[in-house]
Design a protein around this ligand. Structure first.
Ligand SMILES: Cc1ncc(COP(=O)(O)O)c(C=O)c1O
Length: 495
């Protein structure tokens, strides 16, 4: 195939070039399959009408630069500034900024705006990787606190006020270095706590609170009693919503809300400009507006209420049939506890995909289905049929296994500066020989994108044993090899 110069022949190159088919993948539709994954608009069916109408226009008509009448998220004038102002007013927030790099980009900007290099930040162990990355970008010290862990399913739950009180009691000596605190609300699987009392506690310490509400934009719709309160209502200073995960936005759309006076809007704008493209997509910005307008309009709330009622009814009926669906606080996330029936979640996921049903989040103990904002006619029958068949094909454990909780201390700080360890010269060694070495990498199964090891953390025997166990539990996601800092004694001396 290679010619004498070591290059591919012309014909092979042409064949490879012609074989590029991404666009075909995007338009493939199989009427016999159900997609219970994100984005929440369910391949367009849950998109608001105005954005659907826009997409019916001449393709590309809407793809505009930052013309003066349109502006951008950081401009003072123009349609985007007006739109951000209007939606902030509607929601009762001080300011709002649209984002086109997902919750990821806005979370990172938000954290960098409330911290200075060298300071520490209080983070739960189930923090999304984007905030660990922000620590590396901003030279921040992550102070990680452990969470309640459910051994039957392998999920961590959000903390309540008394859990956080214990964490605060365990924070010395690093407490004085902490500049801000982060909460994740809800979790990927839709578990949520009342965060208002937790935010009050953190405020008493003098810290601004950033709530990663990537999965809970719909909590802000104000349908009280139907969903947990949003960080907006609970008094958080900064709240980030991923509009494609929990509202009717296109992928990459997100919004950042600012409340109160603890955070200076100009420091936010500065860090937004560090991480934002200078050419934000006008289509995505319009989709931010459209998703939020829908969520906070009477019609949008009515639609959401219908989706929630349908989801609750579906859950009730499937449970009545015997399907073990776990309790959570978001009716739009269905957690099937497959291990409870002796079925491994990854095997279940592969089987269901072959049989026309794709879940959002496969884990060893559970499969989480995201119902999103689309109507799902006939879904109960569709799931029930597959669930009955899968129970016959895949159930294999006689004794249902339980999960070993991760051996995290209640509060821990990486032994080495996270950013230094991440950038350090590294070597890949087998896990079994890594005792007392310092990790130079993030180990982070995706989804859910929650790190189980962050750069700079030291690997003790308990951690290694637990990680080795995980390599069997997350096939293809974790490795028996690990990257460790190569010249750690020199680096530790230089800190
Ligand atoms: C808790 C949490 N926060 C933030 C994000 C990042 O969201 P986005 O994909 O919109 O960047 C995710 C993505 O999975 C997440 O699960």
């Amino acid at each position: 195939m290679f010619n004498r110069d070591g290059h591919f022949g012309r014909k092979s190159l042409e064949k490879e070039f012609q074989a590029m088919r991404l666009i075909e993948h995007l338009t493939k539709v199989d009427k016999n399959t159900r997609n219970l994954f994100l984005p929440a608009h369910g391949r367009g069916t849950g998109l608001p009408k105005d954005i659907r109408n826009l997409l019916k226009q001449r393709p590309g008509l809407w793809d505009l630069p930052e013309l003066s009448e349109i502006g951008g998220p950081l401009e003072e004038g123009g349609a985007i500034a007006d739109s951000q102002k209007s939606i902030a007013k509607r929601v009762g927030a001080r300011r709002a900024w649209y984002g086109v790099n997902g919750a990821t980009g806005l979370l990172q900007s938000a954290l960098l705006s409330i911290t200075k290099p060298g300071q520490a930040v209080l983070l739960p162990r189930n923090v999304h990787r984007s905030l660990i990355e922000a620590c590396a970008l901003g030279d921040l010290k992550p102070v990680l606190y452990d969470l309640p862990f459910m051994v039957d399913r392998g999920h961590c739950l959000p903390p309540n006020r008394s859990w956080i009180e214990e964490v605060l009691n365990d924070l010395n000596p690093v407490k004085a270095e902490i500049a801000a605190a982060v909460l994740v609300h809800p979790t990927y699987q839709g578990y949520a706590e009342d965060i208002k009392p937790i935010i009050s506690l953190l405020h008493e310490e003098g810290w601004p609170v950033l709530v990663d509400e990537a999965h809970g934009a719909h909590f802000s719709s104000g349908l009280s009693g139907e969903l947990p309160d949003s960080g907006l209502k609970a008094g958080a200073d900064l709240i980030v919503h991923s509009l494609h995960k929990s509202a009717g936005g296109l992928t990459q759309t997100a919004v950042l809300w600012l409340q109160g006076n603890r955070v200076d809007p100009s420091s936010l704008e500065r860090s937004l400009s560090w991480l934002q493209t200078t050419s934000p997509s006008s289509l995505l910005l319009a989709s931010c507006e459209s998703a939020l307008k829908e969520l906070h309009s009477s019609k949008g709330k009515r639609n959401l209420l219908h989706r929630l009622e349908e989801a609750k009814e579906l859950t009730r009926r499937l449970r009545k049939e015997g399907m073990p669906l776990l309790e959570n606080q978001d009716p739009l996330r269905l957690i099937w506890h497959c291990l409870n029936q002796g079925i491994n979640g990854y095997e279940a996921d592969a089987w269901l995909i072959k049989n026309g049903l794709t879940a959002e989040l496969p884990e060893r103990g559970c499969l989480t289905f995201c119902l999103g904002l689309s109507k799902h006619k006939g879904l109960e029958k569709f799931i029930k049929k597959r669930w009955e068949r899968i129970s016959l094909c895949l159930a294999k454990y006689d004794d249902i296994p339980v999960f070993t909780p991760p051996p995290f201390a209640k509060v821990s700080v990486p032994e080495m500066n996270l950013g230094l360890a991440w950038r350090a010269k590294s070597q890949k060694i087998s896990l079994s020989t890594a005792v007392d070495r310092i990790s130079s990498d993030l180990i982070c199964p995706y989804p859910p994108g929650i790190p189980v090891l962050v750069p700079g953390e030291k690997l003790d025997r308990k951690r290694i044993d637990w990680l080795s166990e995980q390599t069997h539990l997350w096939p293809n996601q974790t490795d028996q090899k690990i990257s460790v800092v190569a010249n750690e004694s020199n680096l530790l001396k230089s800190e």
